[in-house]
Design a binder for this molecule. Sequence first.
Ligand code: SF4
Length: 879
Amino acid sequence: MEEISREANCMECKLFARCKSPKMKASGEGKRKVLIVGEAPGETEDLQGIQFVGEAGKLLRRTLAALKFDLDRDARKINAVNCRPPNNRTPTKNEIQCCRPMLVAEIKESRPKVIVPMGETALTSVLWQRWRQASGGISRWNGFQIPDQEYGCWIVPTFHPSFILRMQGKNGTEAIWIRDLKRAIAKSEEPDFPSYSKNNLESSLITLKDETKIIKALKMILHKKPALIAIDFETTGLKPRKDGHRIVACSICSAGIENEDEKEVSISFLLNMRKDSGNEKIRRLLCKIFTDPLIGKISHNSQFELTWAKEILGCWIAPIIWDSEIAAHIIDNRQKTCSLKFQAYVNFGTVYEDLVPPTLRDYLFSGEDGTSFNRINEIPTDELLKYNALDSLFCFKLAKKQMEELGFLAHKTEERIVLKRFPKIDSETEQVASGLQKAMMLFLDGSISFATMTAAGIKIDINQCKRELRSTEEKIEKCESNLRNSVLGMEWKRKYGQKMNFESPIQLSRLLSANVSSMNGEKISTRHEDLEELVGKIDGIANLLEYRRLRKQQNYLLGLEKEIENGKLHPFFSLSGVSTYRSSSHNINFQNIPIRHGQMSEAIRKCFVPRNGRKLIEVDYKGIEVSVAACYHKDPNMISYLSSMSKDLHKDMASMIYLLKRSQVSKQARYSAKNAFVFPQFYGDYYVNCAKALWKNVQALDLKIEGAGISIAEHLRNSGLGTYEKFEEHLMKVENKFWNVMFPKYREWKEEWVNMFEKKGYVEMLTGFRCWGPMTRNQAINYPIQGTAFHILLWSLIRITDKLKEKRMRAKLIGQIHDCMLFDVPEDEVEELIKLLNEVMTVEVRDEWKWIIVPLSIEVEATPINQSWAAKRPIEENH
Ligand code: SF4
């Protein structure tokens, strides 16, 4: 254990001087070897001189007692800071550091089997040296059961009971807290503590630089044909297509490849392989291993290894049996918990930085953008190879642990190695965890299809991109000059002089508060929608909005230009970064193309073009989230709306909201009801906000009665709803009817669903994924719907990718944005592709998932041949 003074640095901290029970000692009998670490004494604790006796402490005692665990008898208790801070304020980092020797001394003396840090302060003190960078808060760590190798005991962080009190146990917090406490108690009952000592780990690493030895080792792997190998590359950057990029090192880890016992060994090979240079014999051997059907491959982010192997080595890795990054995400949906470094610590209690220099990763991730070169050359070769071997070793260990946890076995058949599911009893719910198995398979297949999509790439008209950039810059110049000369611009200059920054929301907020809020006492927000309200009221606001839009456009175009490789864009698509189990995209964020603003969207989409003689085809599901919601709540009236061509919910609601006959509802009024009432209601909004938006639309959209030429404003006046107050009152009744008369089953489902979530702490999607809280009520309802909608698209995407290959079609899937896919298609395959899209997306997916109880429909848009994405039109017009 780390060497640290056993004496707290009280003279620097000084908190002892102002409390009643200074330097509170640890207490409790600790019979079950659990050490509970709190934040600091509160008022009651300070008065009584003992930990956890205030309200929060009582809650903890009660909860533990219900789990048959006596806080005073079974645990020891200590705080991270052992004197009460004035007014119960949160202790500072310095106070935590000063007091930490008391905690370390307690750990040394009582030798707990489990440490339970409760809350952020306790976590900071317990982790301290182990996680030098920001810990990311207790909600990133709670519930993990960390076999910390340095302390030689488990760390199971959880929330502080005062947080549960504050939250009144809502948003799933109490259920999650109890789960964490159960996990901590269970760990105290385990007889053995797993050992992953530094020496043991290092003895599993082999580094090879000599080509003869590398060839010999690769031949040995081929000869032994291990069922599973983990692969990791160290490369000169993120994307491989620019000239000069190389795979500097590759490591392969498996069990029993070096000798006959099953000891895990990770071998790192120095390659320095480029697309057009490197040892050909080594390249061939690597490709033989990577394509051998009897060797199952594991990777931590397989898309990366697939991309680099294809571009540099010239082979496609198969079969990918496991992706430990994706599995980490399936097991735990929290963001920023999937990196190998984090997973190595929470699963094996080992800190990378104890094994390799912490600066090494900075060099590897030093590229400015996806296509540029990092500083790998500056890393000493031996350190790089060791790091590379460690990555594969942890990836392999992690994958094996995850397979066990999720109930999978790697199984060798005559032709290939495959994953086989076995029923796994989930100790927490005592249910067969087949849902998580299905989720894992979907995302594993999805990541491989995404890699295919990334490899295909999207063609960019580079000249158009440059033209758009030039034109945007000119517009920015002009717009900036107008903004400077406006009242707002001059005031800005007067207040901030040289430091004036039109992109600073803080400066803008201060300016507006000084000039506007003083007039009406309201705080002015700088959000786009709120600033739009000020157009015409403050000179310069319109210029500012235009300036912001152009800057955003410029930034996107600049990003686009940087990421182009050989005339194409190859964004990465990830399945492990979103807590609601949807996809994300990076380098460039393809899913963040500005689509709301017509001009901006057009300027950017003009840069995306099909390959020669082809069209771009975009397909998306129509109203998929409403359909998915119906699969959850099964409200018969909603199912009827979704299943009948003649029924139109938005039209019916417009008729109810604006007191119109159905035949009087115009397209605009329907649009207003759909976007300002129906969808917001589905997503959990309430009538007051809807009333405001609907009322605003009457004027802003100049709503009229269809066929009569009379404005809806006038019609509402004539109907006795001439004031906003009356309209709001009317909408309250509409909302009441919507939920209680039209869709009562949907309303009941929402209540039951939220109750179930509060009880379990997570929601389970129809596709098997588990979304853990804390979540608000609306999130608990909406996240599974949004996630499931994406899974339907992903299933279709995988199926279509396979079918395109099977049918040897030349059409390529090139991108995915939320509920939509983008294809690059030769003219003669357009018809066949559309037929395929319809079959897979509306029929086959329903055969696969019988819980889809409503019809699904798609919308297809296409560009004319050789024209940009901006020229897309609904397929009827082109086809
Ligand atoms: S909080 Fe700890 S370090 Fe600070 S004065 Fe009290 S015992 Fe000493």
